[in-house]
Design a protein around this ligand. Sequence first.
Ligand SMILES: [Fe+2]
Length: 205
Amino acid sequence: MLNLVLSEFYFKEKIAGHQNLKSHFLPLALNHCKTAPTNWNCNVLTSRGTESIDFAPFLNQFKSVVSSMCDAIGTNGPVELRIESMWLNLYNENTWQETHNHSTHHNNISFVYFINHDAAKDGEFFFLNERSQHYSASGLHDVFRLAESLNINELCPIKISEGDVILFPSHMRHGVTVQRHNTNRCTLAGNLLIIPQRNPAATAP
Ligand SMILES: [Fe+2]
């Protein structure tokens, strides 16, 4: 029997009120997204570093998506959610995002909300399977049909439609393939910290 081990996960769910959120955030992205910081090594436009964007309309709907993920996986008790950061990204012709992760001491889950997305034309969001590189180095990719049979592939693009939110562990490397069209592909990305809810009664002296 063939078995798989060492899995990663991502969670995907449609956000409620997407059209209203799109009407709110797309104009903000068109207004506020500028050249990415040089340490991003890509040419996507982003609002990262802009303080003035009101993310409250998104947060109102996002909390139920996080709850759905917690229910789907199961938790060891009540959890506390802390938003670490959020920003908007804007992709047009010949823009992309290099493979990267969001690992810091301040967050453990990252997310992307697809505000404006045309699956037929837009760049693809993908995860990088770092283990696949070991299979390439050892020649096992030449021997076995690992990509077709076991989904062991270097790049793992995921199916997205507009209004989707995806959440994933912040250590997972990911990126966006080159955008071919001027369609204003727009995302809201961010980081959050999920920790067990502290019980004041348990810690009181
Ligand atoms: Fe990212």
